[in-house]
Design a protein around this ligand. Structure first.
Ligand code: HEM
Length: 525
């Protein structure tokens, strides 16, 4: 009897715990069912005819987050076919209105300051990475001044000094790298391109003192800083998680490296390179305040981070495209031999302008593989959409996806074909643009004249007040890297096919899936 009591005590406790768990389970399932039901009911019965159509979704909050995140371009394409150029979807609980096509790009990217806002969206991610008082951690008017300082530093004279620096970095990289020791081999090209991008950008934009530190501590610190840019940090940027702790430590340490370098340069009273740091150290805001050292340091971080992902992803795509089309790589090589001479003299800035195919490679790759697939803005006042009955309310955010028009057959014949020669005016595949970039209307948002980009279907560098200031630098950097690689290597796919690997959309910037292996072979010198 005693034994029976001993057993039945814990057993009855377990049974009652089980029944509590199952009751909770029933309640949760019931609540889920009700919320799914209400969500569907709401979508069917309460359509607002004055707002863009909402993409049907089963679950509230999650909405279309998963289908969007898996393949954003496909998501835009499919929903454009169903709903037209403007539609709304739920992204992590937020109503997000997508407006594609040239009119949509214009509506969002050239939106007025009183209507659209970038910093509200991006600051949670960027401020812990870049540091205080720069880019999205300051009023837009201050960002415009900061962009002006950075842009002014990127002069023709500066580019003339950068090309030999970049070319030497590329040559030395291939001499040093254990991945390129033999005469031929297979390499994960994304890894090599990430390293080449950081060495070339840091050396040219920030000077040799900073570049040399990348061989020591800076590379690992920048890697930790980079982890702060994962999309999950849109929600968890504040959380005391291991990667956020490493991000914060890296930010402080890197900023100190820059501030120490600034002090050393001030003490020496000069700099021997045409870099941006030197220029910013000697710039003054309109109100007469000199840029404080911590802001110079934080802008240096922002510049390197902004350029790193975009340029490194683009150069990887270029190498993958060339490996899929070795015939084009050979035409590129001949372009240099015929234009610059069989001895291939050291590359100069002026040489780049003489190599149209080398330039077109970058344009065409950015058309199909632009690293930024979505640009977000908060809506600050209700925005009527011209030519429609819609008004986008302030409870929505806006999403521009310039890649949609860049792959639209209306503007680009055979849009999925990577064909750099389409950028020749006489090509049957030439883009059908209303105006050439040179003829575009120009506007000054406070950081110098830029083409407005209105009605252009090709905007890999964005448009409006947040347009990229690194476009020219990126072109110089990428053209030089491509020219130097073509001089030294023949590339092909490992299986000899002309396939190109898929895209990884899991991080903020789209890039090739890894490992992005290609076969390389050194040219006979
Ligand atoms: C902004 C693309 C390289 C610095 C942007 C934007 C795009 C873009 C689309 C607009 C973002 C928005 O509107 O929210 C690219 C591509 C690159 C590249 C495709 C290379 C292939 C660079 C480089 C630098 C740079 C090398 C620095 C040297 C910036 C800065 C902004 C910007 C400072 C301004 C952000 C703002 O005003 O909100 N870029 N970029 N970019 N980019 Fe780039």
């Amino acid at each position: 009897m005693g034994l029976l009591q001993d057993i039945s005590g814990p057993l009855s406790q377990q049974l009652s715990q089980l029944s509590i768990v199952s009751q909770v389970g029933v309640v949760v399932a019931g609540l889920l069912f009700v919320s799914v039901f209400l969500n569907i009911f709401n979508q069917i019965l309460f359509k607002n005819p004055n707002e863009p159509p909402v993409i049907f979704h089963w679950f509230p909050v999650i909405g279309s987050t998963i289908t969007y995140g898996m393949d954003p371009p496909r998501f835009f394409q499919e929903n454009r076919e169903k709903y037209g150029d403007i539609f709304t979807f739920i992204l992590l609980g937020k109503k997000t209105t997508v407006y594609v096509g040239p009119a949509g790009n214009e509506f969002i990217l050239n939106g007025k300051l009183k209507d659209v806002n970038a910093e509200e969206i991006y600051t949670v991610l960027t401020t812990p990475v870049f540091g205080r008082d720069v880019v999205y951690d300051c009023p837009n008017s201050k960002l415009m001044e900061q962009k002006k300082f950075m842009k002014i530093a990127l002069t023709t004279q500066a580019f003339q000094s950068y090309v030999p620096i970049i070319a030497d970095e590329v040559t030395n990289y291939f001499k040093r790298s254990p991945d390129f020791k033999a005469n031929a081999g297979i390499v994960n090209i994304s890894k090599s391109m990430a390293q080449i991008t950081i060495f070339t950008a840091s050396h040219s934009l920030q000077g040799s003192e900073i570049r040399n530190k990348f061989d020591e501590s800076l590379a690992d610190l920048y890697h930790d800083l980079d982890m702060g840019f994962s999309p999950v940090n849109f929600m968890l940027h504040w959380a005391p998680l291991p990667w956020n702790k490493r991000r914060d430590y890296a930010q402080k340490t890197i900023a100190k490296v820059y501030m120490d370098t600034i002090k050393e340069r001030r003490a020496a009273g000069k700099s021997d390179s045409q870099d941006i740091m030197w220029h910013l150290m000697n710039s003054t805001y309109k109100d007469g305040v000199k840029i404080p050292d911590h802001e110079v340091a934080h802008m240096m971080i922002a510049l390197l981070m902004a350029g790193q992902h975009s340029s490194s992803s683009t150069s990887s795509w270029i190498m993958l495209r060339l490996a899929s089309r070795p015939d084009i790589l050979e035409v590129l090589y001949r372009e240099q031999v015929e234009t610059l001479g069989a001895d291939l003299p050291p590359l100069t800035y002026e040489d780049l302008a003489k190599l149209p195919l080398n330039q077109a490679i970058i344009k065409e790759t950015l058309r199909l593989n632009a690293p930024i697939h979505s640009i977000l803005r908060a809506v600050k006042s209700p925005m009527p959409v011209p030519g429609t009955k819609y008004v986008v309310p302030t409870s929505h955010q806006l999403l521009a996806a310039a890649g949609v028009s860049a792959t639209d057959p209306e503007y680009f014949p055979e849009p999925d074909l990577w064909e750099p020669t389409r950028w020749n005016k006489d090509s049957p595949l030439a883009p059908r643009l209303a105006k050439s970039v040179e003829d575009e209307e120009k506007i000054d948002y406070g950081y110098g004249l830029v083409s407005k980009g209105a009605n252009s279907p090709y905007l890999p560098f964005g448009a409006g007040r947040h347009r990229c200031i690194g476009e020219q630098f990126a072109n110089v950097q990428l053209q030089t890297i491509v020219a130097m690689v073509v001089r030294q290597f023949k590339l092909r796919n490992v299986d000899g096919s002309n396939k190109v690997i898929g895209t990884d959309y899991a991080s903020l910037f789209s890039r090739p899936l890894e490992p992005a292996n290609i076969h390389w072979e050194k040219r006979e010198q």
